[in-house]
Ligand binder design. Sequence first.
Ligand code: MLT
Length: 200
Amino acid sequence: MKHIFEKGVNSDRTLLLLHGTGGTESDLIPLGKMIDSEANILSCRGNVSENGMPRFFKRLAEGVFDEEDLILRTKELNDFIREASDTYQFNREEVVAIGYSNGANIAGSLLFHFKNSLKCAILHHPMVPRRGVQLPNMVDLPVFIGAGKNDPICKPEETEDLAELLKKAGATVSIHWESYGHQLTKSEAQAAADWYKREI
Ligand code: MLT
């Protein structure tokens, strides 16, 4: 996968940064540094192109995921993290995902499909990646969800459903609500940084 790796300062932790539709691997680097300025950064570009816009998996329509491709791309990302941990010599057990929108959805999909794939997840405006599947045990997994009360893409019900599914699997979930739409606001980013400092 196309990516940026930046070595951190005396840190065992690696931030896996996953952009939204149409973004690139550069987009979330400032957010990552705001959340943890010392961690390694592994920022990926989605392998799928939708009319030239990078994404992490295909969709059939807005909000309707191509499940087969989602499963394949989730495995591809999980394999890539393992390979990158060998290449760059970081601890695979200490990977924290920070994703926005489509990137949050593939991060959620990592949690849904691979046990212990992430140490912690910060999901900005995520949806439920798949329904009706058995989730791995997520005990001790802290998850931050940033959501918008007026988000037309990731509707509040979708946020609540995702939080419930993660909690049922054992995760500790914190939802931060903004009164805006799908955008990632400064105050939401600050709330994620404050949560990370408190919880991790
Ligand atoms: C998705 O396709 O992952 C979601 O609809 C969010 C988006 O990228 O617009």
